[in-house]
Design a protein around this ligand. Sequence first.
Ligand code: AP5
Length: 221
Amino acid sequence: MTETLPRVLLIGPPGAGKGTQAQKLSEHFDVPHLSAGDLLRAEVEQETKAGKEAKPYLDEGKLVPEKIVVEIMLKNMFWDNPKTGFVVDGFPRNIGQFNQMQSHLKEHDETLDCVVNLQLSEEEVFRRLTGRRVCGECNTNFHTEFRPPEEPGTCDQCGGALKQRDDDTPETIEERLEVFENESKPVSERFEKEGIQVNVDASGTIEQVFQEIRRRVERSQ
Ligand code: AP5
């Protein structure tokens, strides 16, 4: 592995484990974890102008308009910390976002090391999302079956209360899967063509999937 900090994007269907793996990669490589979903939910929580505009889209499982998402993500990825590493989860998610990010990379002579495309069946997506619980304080992810907290309902990391995400209902999960199929799959096809994407089977345990991604990221540097 070289001394440079990796720049990694994690893409894949809802519930594939992007957030879980991004958090582990961020700790392992000591780079920031930038989650498009978490950054948008923070805007909603703070009732900013962008957050007010984004809320109905998040509630319905639809993509938030491009002008809001692209600005937030490019700011966090490049403007605030140019030339450093990161693990991004959930961006870009449609061809418009992909094109805007590519233009930025070209214009500013920036590069990415690796795009990890997590692959998981719809059946497993449902199991993972309906059992997910998230800490309201520190955002750590748990699962009632696969990653239970030591004390039910309480975060192991900070003691905060665990809750179910508003968009983890069966109807909204269906919508998110449809959006993924129609809008996000073409993005992975473009990364595949560019030769920068690695496909990882996300059906193993959290640790198995992590070791595979870590190996592939190190190889890409
Ligand atoms: P976002 O928050 O990104 O949601 P998502 O893509 O639907 O992905 P999730 O966070 O639901 O799942 P994940 O893949 O991170 O899985 P996790 O690690 O939590 O986006 C939400 C919304 O924001 C979108 O619908 C949209 O409205 C908006 N948005 C976001 N990005 C946008 C963009 N670029 N453009 C426009 N709008 C955007 O794992 C799930 C569960 O499974 C957890 O409980 C976890 O503990 C468990 N688990 C994880 N890995 C494993 C494993 N290997 N084995 C067993 N259990 C596991």
